[in-house]
Design a protein around this ligand. Structure first.
Ligand code: NDP
Ligand code: HSE
Length: 439
């Protein structure tokens, strides 16, 4: 029987999970791959910690078992890149630094397959990496990079080849969904919920990426490339995070039977692409409102087969590692028959001001008679139909209320706000918050 020799670079939450699964169900994997699956070496800065955490023999790790300096680790990484007895490298160090970028290029240029969970790298610096894989006829597995355990990459790439994707949307960041769920269901503060997500291993090394929508943006970029074959960069996306979501926003959402979720949304309309990541109010009648904690959900609408929904764990150690291991087995089985990602078409990306949704707009004003009426009139003047106006919350000299609109463009709302500012300077105590409503 042939052998597939594997090395893992970075044995933290995800890399350690990969080593654990390969060790625990090695016979099954070997049978499924019809190749002996051998984990040969691991490079990790703190081998003892990883060995204890994932119950792995210390002699699998490069070095003497003592902590490695970055220079020592890098020397071992270079040895793996040039090693003749390694066929496939798992990169689970993470990040889009020059170091990780160059090591991925070197792995591919040395004729080895690469499997990675690194969405930041592939979404922002993926072009040359995919080109290197093409020119060397080696494969890149990145199922784990989008929504952890959910097999969304293979589903679009292999199962929907007979269809045309019309839209992709859903909840694609476990940490932010976990934080919002804890704030909504357990009434926890933002910071406490974030700490809990970090302790569970869901958050990125730089958790601001989870909170500011950047991580969800990386995943949406990869799905847009895959589903539409379109070349897209982060600048083409309109991205907002959950950093400014308050208890009051959650209350206003409940008042219209909705929950706040960080939603990724991409749709083709007349050849243009509407793509955004932003907090939306999801009506309780929409299944996405029930997707809580680190669970992710992706909704694909296809021209011929209609709507498909995939739900599963979007983050976590063995959850994400499972996707990496599945990619390893897929490459072991089908090797050079697998098609790498190619996204070369150019398309126009619609301006966020043109996005049509029903919206919820929250206003902070002075507690002054006539304010609600003036604002509602200004909204009406922009041809926006109002669905509901919330109860006014008064605290001393201040007031707060929200307006739910019928479908309109973001541009119409922004024009109304500009008008209010021009006509009544000082009426708005802060920039109104605008969130789309998803039915
Ligand atoms: P971790 O920080 O847990 O793991 C990274 C590991 O790499 C750490 O153990 C780190 O050691 C080690 N490391 C750092 N530099 C080097 C180096 N030069 N050589 C060898 N090892 C090194 O991150 P995760 O496992 O959470 O994330 C890894 C990747 O997976 C990222 O790209 C992330 O975006 C992605 N991902 C993560 C998910 C999750 O649920 N956590 C889900 C989906 C994708 P030390 O800690 O000492 O710095
Ligand atoms: N930090 C990411 C999340 C990990 O919370 O979704 C999975 O990609």
């Amino acid at each position: 029987m042939d052998t597939l020799n594997i090395a893992i670079l970075g044995c933290g939450t995800v890399g350690g999970g990969v080593a654990q699964i390969i060790s625990e169900i090695n016979n099954d994997l070997t049978a499924r791959a019809n190749k002996k699956i051998v984990l040969k070496r691991i490079v990790e800065l703190d081998p003892q910690k990883a060995s204890d955490r994932f119950n792995l023999p210390l002699d699998l790790f490069c070095g003497s078992g003592k902590e490695l300096t970055n220079e020592e680790a890098n020397r071992f990484v270079q040895e793996i890149i040039t090693a003749e007895d390694i066929d496939l490298v798992v990169e689970t160090i993470g990040g889009k630094s020059d170091f990780v970028y160059n090591l991925c290029l070197d792995i591919l240029n040395s004729g080895k397959h690469l499997v990675t969970a690194n969405k930041a790298l592939l979404a922002e610096r993926g072009e040359k990496i995919f080109e290197a894989a093409e020119s060397k006829n080696v494969k890149i597995g990145f199922e784990a990079a989008v929504c952890g355990a959910i097999p969304i990459i293979k589903t679009i790439k292999e199962s929907f080849t007979g269809d045309k994707v019309l839209s992709v949307s859903g909840i694609m960041n476990g940490t932010s969904n976990y934080i919002l769920s804890q704030m909504q269901n357990e009434k926890l503060e933002f910071e406490t919920a974030l700490k809990m997500a970090q302790e569970s291993g869901y958050a990125e090394a730089d958790p601001s990426l989870d909170i500011n929508g950047g991580d969800a943006g990386h995943k949406l970029i990869l799905l847009i490339k895959l589903a539409f074959g379109i070349d897209i960069s982060k600048e083409d996306l309109s991205i907002n995070g959950i950093e400014n979501i308050t208890k009051e926003d959650i209350d206003f959402a409940s008042e219209i039977d909705a929950k706040i979720k960080l939603i990724c949304y991409a749709k083709k309309i007349n050849g243009d692409i509407y793509a955004t990541v932003r907090p939306m109010l999801v009506k309780n009648s929409n299944f996405l409102s029930e997707v809580s904690g680190a669970t992710n959900a992706v909704r694909i609408n296809n021209k011929y087969s209609g709507i498909h929904i995939l739900v599963g764990k979007g983050a976590g150690s063995t959850e994400t590692a499972m996707s990496i291991v599945s990619d390893i087995i897929f490459i072991a089985r089908y090797g050079d028959k697998i098609q790498n990602l190619s996204a070369k078409q150019q398309r126009k990306f619609a301006d966020a001001r043109e996005f049509v949704f029903p919206y919820l707009i929250t206003f902070h004003t002075g507690n002054i008679p006539g304010t609600t009426g003036f604002i509602a009139t200004a909204i009406g003047k922009q041809e926006i139909n109002i669905e509901t106006v919330s109860h006014n919350r008064h605290t001393g000299e201040k007031a707060m209320f929200s307006v739910a609109t019928m479908p309109c463009t973001l541009g119409q709302i922004e024009n109304a706000i500009e008008e209010i500012k021009k006509e009544k300077p000082g009426m708005l105590l802060s920039e109104p918050k605008i969130m789309p409503i998803l039915y």
